[in-house]
Each structure stands twice: as C-alpha cells, then as structure tokens.
Design a binder for this molecule. Structure first.
Ligand code: ATP
Length: 316
C-alpha cells in the first residue's frame, strides 16, 4: 500500500477583470493568479475498500461527496474505471490551513492535489496538461492550482498562460472567520448590477465596453517590479462585495493607511491582502492592523508569493 502527502498552496488574484458574459452562464475573465505559501496538507492513501473517503479537520468543510476533493477522486474513478477496479478506493485526509470560502481557491487546490496524487498512486502517467484538462471539469480555478506559480487566465479562468515567476514577495492576508462569500453569488450580483455596461459585438458575444489595464500588470510582473504590481492590483468583484461587507472595506482601508505597496480583495473575497516591501514591513503592517482592528474574528497571516504549485512527498 502506498500513500502520498501533498502540499497544496492557496492563490490570490493580482488582477480580476470581468470582460463579458458567456452563453454557458459563466463570465469571460482576464485574471492574473499567483500561488502563495499558505497551504493545506492532503494525505492520500490507497484504501482496502472500494470507497472514496474524505476527512477534514475543519468542520466548515463537508466530508461527503460534495467535497471537491471527493469529486476529484470520483472523476479519476470515472475516467479510469479499469484502474479504479484494480487499485480500489482512496482515503483522503485534508489538514486545512487555508481559510474556507475566502477567495483563495482552498477547495480548488485540494482538488488539484487529489488529481496529482492519484496520478501517482495509480501510475497513470498523465501529463500536467492532461491533469489541467481534468481539473477544468471540476472548477475554473483547478487548472491553475495544478500548474501553480504565476499565470494569466482567460476564458472562464481555465485557459492558462504562464508568466515569469514572482518569488518571495511578502504579503499580509486578512480574513474574518465568520464571513463567507459565495463565488456564485458575487458573479451573479455583478452581472445584475453592472451587466448593462457590456456591449454586444459583431460575433454576438457580450463584452465590456471599456477594458481596464491588465497589460500594465503583466509588464510589472515581467519587470518583477513589486511597487508597480502594487499600483496595478485590480478586482472588479470588489464593486459588489465591498458595499455589502463594511468590515472588508475597513480592513482594506487600514491596510492602505499602513503604507503598503498595494491592497486588494482576492477573488470573490472576503479575504483581503496587502503587498509589502519586506518581511519586516509585513510584520509591522500585521501589528498595525491588530492594534487598529482589535477583533478576534479577524485572522491575519503573513505569507509569500511562491513559484511552485502542488508539492508531492511520498510516504511509503
Ligand atoms: P475559489 O477561490 O476557488 O472560488 P474559495 O476560496 O472562495 O474558492 P473554498 O474554500 O473553495 O472557496 O470553499 C467554497 C465552498 O466549497 C465552501 O462553502 C466549502 O464548504 C465547500 N468545499 C467543498 N470542498 C471543499 C474543500 N476541499 N475545501 C474547502 N471548501 C470546500
């Protein structure tokens, strides 16, 4: 019997622009995604039964077949029924460090880890591209989580082009424990409130009248210019989340007042990050926020950008 331990990093969105609606109900996006070293640990073990079982040490996360890690294992079983019949089930244990429903792709990175781990456990020999394609069936952020590092994502977020890696830029990440934002709600509300600013082009695709500035962010990343990255952070979903969640807006304002390189909500929120010049500045900023917002519900992390995606450690 073999088992693997996988380290599955969270992501932040350095850039998220909604450029239009799609007939399939999703949105056409331009996102710039970045792995960070805040990570979950996933243990995968071949089971003596033919069942897929998931356990997680965070009660907010389901253990049944609605867990995206379970869905990832079921997808592998469906895609490779003969291998499933040969090897049997799998036990998945998730040690959660990434805040849940936070806009940090916590679920998506667990799914990516299961795909990568089962590829090894079952000796499937799938390539990274094949794993990304399987990941796209589970969720728009899963292909990025398979790849990791820094990438520009288009389509509904599943079409990836790698960007030069950004290593070890420090950030402070804040998340109110009791606040959760549903990604589906955030996009639906955006469409209801701002969909009228889209135009219909010659191909009958609905697209936004004015683009924002993803080019400036790409340039800043290519030059590894942290100050310019901070200046060019962008997230359209702030327009729907910040008015509803005043605590998130306040956290963002407190970060900004601490003189950071830039601050932004990640994904559909409610987590907010602040890019810092150094580890020392990140520690000062965290201290400043703790003093200014003395709320035990607010969880703060110091973390860093990282160049890698899922890391594999073989146990047996
Ligand atoms: P994304 O940035 O990919 O939209 P998120 O960080 O906003 O994701 P998740 O942490 O993935 O959100 O959680 C979204 C929902 O999915 C939660 O309500 C949670 O209960 C459920 N869920 C299912 N499986 C998992 C998992 N393995 N880890 C975390 N949440 C999960």
């Amino acid at each position: 019997m073999r088992s693997y331990t996988l380290i599955a990093p969270a992501k932040i969105n350095l850039y998220l622009e909604i450029i239009g609606d799609r007939p399939d109900g999703y949105h056409e996006l331009i996102m710039i995604l970045q792995s960070i070293d805040l990570a979950d640990q996933i243990d995968l073990q071949a089971s003596v039964t033919d069942k897929i079982r998931v356990r997680c040490d965070n009660p907010q996360v389901p253990s049944d077949n609605s867990n995206i890690a379970h869905r990832a294992a079921s997808l592998m079983a469906e895609e490779f029924p003969e291998v499933f019949a040969k090897y049997g089930g799998v036990d998945i244990t998730i040690h959660k460090n990434i805040p849940v429903a936070a806009g940090l792709a916590g679920g998506s990175t667990n799914a990516a880890a299961v795909l990568i781990g089962m590829n090894l456990l079952w000796n499937l020999g799938l390539t990274q591209i094949e794993l990304e394609e399987l990941g796209a069936k589970l969720g728009s952020d899963v292909p990025f989580c398979v790849a990791g590092g820094t990438a520009i994502a288009t389509g509904r977020g599943e079409q990836l082009s790698p960007l030069p890696s950004l290593d070890a830029i420090y950030l402070v990440l804040g998340k109110y424990r009791s606040l959760e934002v549903s990604t589906a709600w955030a996009y639906k509300t955006y469409r209801q409130e701002f969909g009228s600013s889209y135009i219909r082009d010659a191909n009958s695709l609905v697209s936004r009248a004015e683009a924002v500035h993803s080019g400036s962010m790409v340039k800043a990343i290519v030059h590894r210019d942290a100050a310019q990255i901070g200046q060019n952070l962008h997230n359209d979903l702030e327009r729907v989340v910040l008015p509803i969640y005043p605590q998130v807006l306040q956290l963002r304002e407190v970060f900004a007042s601490a003189g950071v390189l830039g601050t932004m909500m990640s994904g559909s929120g409610p987590s907010v990050f602040a890019l810092c010049e150094s580890q020392q500045q990140a520690e000062q900023v965290k201290f400043h926020v703790e003093k200014t917002i003395p709320d035990e519900d607010l969880e703060l992390f110091i973390t860093r950008t990282t160049t890698h995606g899922i890391q594999v450690r073989s146990l047996v």
